[in-house]
Write a protein that binds this ligand. Structure first.
Ligand SMILES: CC(C)(COP(=O)(O)OP(=O)(O)OC[C@H]1O[C@@H](n2cnc3c(N)ncnc32)[C@H](O)[C@@H]1OP(=O)(O)O)[C@@H](O)C(=O)NCCC(=O)NCCS
Length: 241
């Protein structure tokens, strides 16, 4: 199903070629393309902790249960980026449990799962664009909460997610595959699509890299509210009640 089309710049920092792209929902039958792109991007990442790999089987099961993959194709039809979104319901992996969302709200949670952009197409705002499209899709379907995890070491992803209105609610280790594993540090971010924040009562500024301070602020009831690209500073705010 075609969602939209547009133009982007391939190889933005060298040859700069203008190219048409299409955005569509990827059917289960094409999941192999998604997994291949995920592996290609993973292999190019220095810090492997920032990307949690989804297996073919996990994703296939999730797609059968309603999850969606929004894919971006270049002018030759090749997949160059995707965003995977899931609807965890009451499943224990629902991030709503981590941020103490009321139980009766769990069914209206959308997980923003993995998103990747092929390196030669980076810098076209594709992570943000597919997030905007996903938000519109789920709003139409009546969902209320967007939730995701982002590694504290993944500045670009954190910036793009916060630019789209998600706020930091927690910092904890996630995704341990066995009981002996500790898991990986993740911010848990949340956007309530129906109730935006208002009436801040306090503001504290933290450096993006200062995780200890951010952990303390979150424990003290602050929410990571805004991040600034040039200074890499974060505004933490406290709200009434
Ligand atoms: C995170 C990611 C999806 C962002 O890609 P994107 O949408 O193309 O990023 P943007 O268009 O917002 O890029 C903004 C700027 O950051 C730069 N940038 C983006 N990702 C970068 C990266 N991984 N390394 C260095 N610079 C990067 C862009 O070149 C651009 O620079 P400019 O402003 O000077 O032009 C992409 O970097 C990626 O696929 N990373 C690996 C997978 C990952 O971390 N996924 C998120 C967790 S699931």
């Amino acid at each position: 199903m075609l969602l939209t089309t547009g133009y982007l710049i391939k190889d933005k920092y060298n040859t700069r070629k203008r190219e048409e792209y299409t955005i569509e929902l990827i059917p289960k039958a094409n999941l192999n393309e998604v997994i291949d792109l995920q592996l290609e991007v993973y292999e190019g990442i220095d810090n492997k902790e920032i990307l949690y790999l989804d297996s073919y089987d996990e994703m296939y099961e999730d797609l059968k249960n309603g999850a969606k993959v929004i894919g971006v194709r270049n002018n030759r039809g090749k997949l160059i980026s995707y965003r995977y979104i899931g609807f965890p319901g009451k499943d224990s992996r629902n991030l709503g449990y981590d941020i103490n969302l009321p139980k009766d709200e769990l069914d209206s949670v959308v997980h923003l799962e993995t998103t990747v952009v092929k390196p030669i197409y980076r810098g076209n705002n594709l992570q943000s664009l597919t997030l905007e499209i996903a938000t519109e899709l789920v709003k139409e379907e009546g969902y209320k909460h967007l939730l995701c995890t982002v590694s504290p070491y993944n500045f670009f992803s954190l910036y793009n997610v916060m630019k789209n209105g998600l706020k930091i609610k927690k910092l904890k280790k996630k995704y341990a595959r066995t009981e002996n594993e500790e898991g990986m540090w993740r911010f848990i971010l949340h956007r309530d699509l129906k109730n935006p924040y208002s009436n801040p009562v306090d503001l504290v500024v933290s450096k993006w890299a200062n995780l200890e301070k951010q952990k303390e602020l979150i424990e003290d009831g602050y929410i990571g509210f805004e991040i600034f690209k040039d200074t890499r500073l974060l505004n933490y705010m406290k709200f009434e009640n």
